[in-house]
Design a protein around this ligand. Structure first.
Ligand code: ADP
Ligand code: ZN
Length: 178
């Protein structure tokens, strides 16, 4: 793309479906294209590394830690052309407005997050972002019970909190049937 055409790109699906991998891949390509890239991730998600986004397959990319969506605007270098945001579900409040503001000001915004929560309900802010995005990619994991494509994140621990940070052992990918 040429000129400062802003846009929003969403990568969504369940846990283990390769969202972070895909986000990292796209951001690396933007770096190869000599774009100015900045990556943000919530402070709550420090499962693997405090200052990097890391996929379950251990790919990583340096990131700026945020504690709210508004933080992105404060920590943004306005020369940045490509903005990556991982795990937006942890900073959902105000994120849609921030993404719109960034895209309206000519930035390419890439967001990778869970589309549904542990009960299969639409998980903010992804549903609203899907309506506003120029590009949408849905990623699927592999069902740990039957090996089919999986769109659901099954929680394995007994709690009803909406946000419980965890990875292998606490969550498992499952298909619709399983
Ligand atoms: P997400 O960001 O969607 O949670 P990641 O990009 O962090 O996913 O990790 C994806 C990687 O996780 C895969 O490439 C694979 O190596 C690994 N993986 C572990 N469990 C599964 C599973 N059930 N289905 C698919 N990939 C899995
Ligand atoms: Zn299954």
């Amino acid at each position: 793309m040429t000129g400062n055409v802003g846009w929003i790109e969403v990568i969504c699906g369940p846990m283990f479906s390769g969202k972070s991998e895909e986000l990292i891949r796209r951001l690396r390509r933007a770096q190869i294209a000599r774009k100015r890239v900045q990556v943000f991730k919530p402070a709550i998600d420090i499962r693997y590394s405090a200052e990097e986004i890391v996929s379950h397959s251990a790919q990583r990319l340096g990131a700026t830690v945020i504690s709210s969506a508004k933080d992105i605007l404060e920590k943004l270098d306005w020369r940045t052309q490509v903005v990556g945001i991982d795990e937006p579900n942890f900073v959902a409040d105000g994120l849609v407005e921030v993404a719109q503001q960034l895209a309206d000001s000519g930035k390419q915004v890439l967001i990778a997050g869970l589309d549904t929560d542990y009960l299969g309900r639409p998980f903010a802010p992804i549903p609203d972002l899907l309506c506003l995005a120029e590009s949408i990619t849905k990623t699927l994991a592999i069902c740990m019970r039957c090996g089919n494509p999986a769109k659901h994140t099954q929680r394995l621990v007994d709690t009803e909190d909406l946000i419980v940070v965890g990875a292998t052992g606490m969550y498992e990918a499952r298909c619709r049937r399983c």
